[in-house]
Design a protein around this ligand. Structure first.
Ligand code: F6R
Length: 348
């Protein structure tokens, strides 16, 4: 069922435009949920693990800036250790591919006692879909590769729809319709990324830097790298660099800089220069017409200039997934079955 692909992961990476397109069909259903719960919601709280946590973080940036509703993001495994202060004016959103993650389920039972709950889940009929008050079904289809790829962009699509509808932001809703094409364009760079990956597989450590909307993307890029290549990768908010990790930047260390056009761009460029001047090997992901970025980075993977920093999380993650995939092949590991990991984590 790999349909000619060598691994499920690369097949699923290639299915991401479809995953977004199919999830966009949930718009009406999401509007109905909003119509039902909007009244009186004063706070939103996301609860999730791993990749789903990174989608949630993006949700915080979006919902706060578009809809102005205070939003928190809590790791499901930490949920019981913080007071949380949930009440009946809180909407608690559980993002989960499998719908069976034990930590998330535990937290859902607690949240159901006080608050409205919404599950954003890929697996139909899973425990979270049965226990949450409202459900958005991501339309990625079954995901076999352990590393989440097409389900991540589907989660993001649901959150973008939710935030845009909540804020009645028609401009963003129109932008979202273009995302599948932007993703397919990003996939056209596959051969180039394969080449680059050969040059980076020597590394023992990688850094991923991004600001604002690109910060969760940096975390996700690093997680993909860690879980399948077994190379140590750290995602950082680019502005945090000076507060410690800059001490680790040395000659030849790869730093992936996520630099889409937008408000964050100028400052991300100065962070790029900071690592470059300490000898880092900078691999930048940026707009195809970003000439400054081209002169400053050692390597650059380009994205359609129309993709601004707000929708960038849906598109800029694609090259990061591909980098992790091709480095894994270079190292001779199986990207579909990383050691020590399971697709679904049913123990706390
Ligand atoms: C990473 C990955 C994991 C999951 C995490 C949560 O590629 O797949 O980090 O995202 O275990 O799982 P779900 O989304 O099923 O709750």
């Amino acid at each position: 069922e790999k349909e000619g692909y060598n691994h499920f992961m690369i097949k699923e990476i290639n299915e991401q435009a479809t995953s977004v397109r199919n999830t966009l069909t949930q718009r009406e259903h999401i509007q109905e949920i909003i119509d039902d719960i909007d009244e009186g919601i004063q706070r939103i709280c996301f609860v999730a693990c791993g990749t789903s946590y990174h989608a949630s973080l993006t949700g915080k940036y979006l919902i706060e800036s578009l809809a102005g509703i205070p939003t928190d993001v809590i790791l499901a495994s930490e949920f019981k250790y913080s007071a949380n202060t949930l009440n009946d004016k809180t909407l608690v959103i559980f993002i989960s591919q499998s719908g069976e993650t034990a930590d998330s389920l535990k937290a859902l039972d607690v949240a159901n006692e006080t608050s409205k709950t919404l599950g954003i889940v890929n697996v139909a009929g899973s425990s979270i879909t049965r226990r949450a008050e409202y459900v958005i079904q991501t339309q990625a289809g079954p995901e076999i590769g352990v590393a989440a790829t097409k389900t991540y962009v589907a989660q993001l699509t649901s959150i973008y729809l939710f935030a845009a509808l909540l804020a009645k932001n028609t401009e963003l809703l129109e932008e979202l319709e273009k995302v599948p094409d932007f993703i397919d364009e990003a996939l056209e760079d596959i051969d180039f990324i394969k080449e680059i990956s050969k040059r980076y597989n020597y590394a023992r450590d990688f850094f991923y830097l991004g600001r604002g909307y690109s910060y969760p993307t940096a975390l996700e890029g690093a997680l993909k790298l860690k879980e399948i290549t077994y190379i140590h990768g750290e995602g950082y908010a680019a502005g945090e660099l000076k507060h410690g990790p800059l001490a680790l930047i040395d000659e030849g260390i790869p730093v992936v800089v996520i630099a889409p056009p937008g408000d964050s761009h100028r400052k991300t460029m100065s962070n790029l220069e900071e690592v470059k001047s300490r000898g880092a090997n900078v691999l930048a992901i940026g707009s195809a017409d970003d000439d400054a970025l081209k002169t400053k980075a050692d390597d650059i993977i380009t994205i359609n200039p129309e993709v601004n920093e707000i929708i960038a999380p849906l598109v800029y993650v694609v090259p990061l997934q591909l980098i992790a995939y091709y480095i894994t092949l270079e190292k001779g590991h199986d990207p579909d079955k990383p050691k020590n990991l399971a697709k679904c984590v049913t123990v706390e």
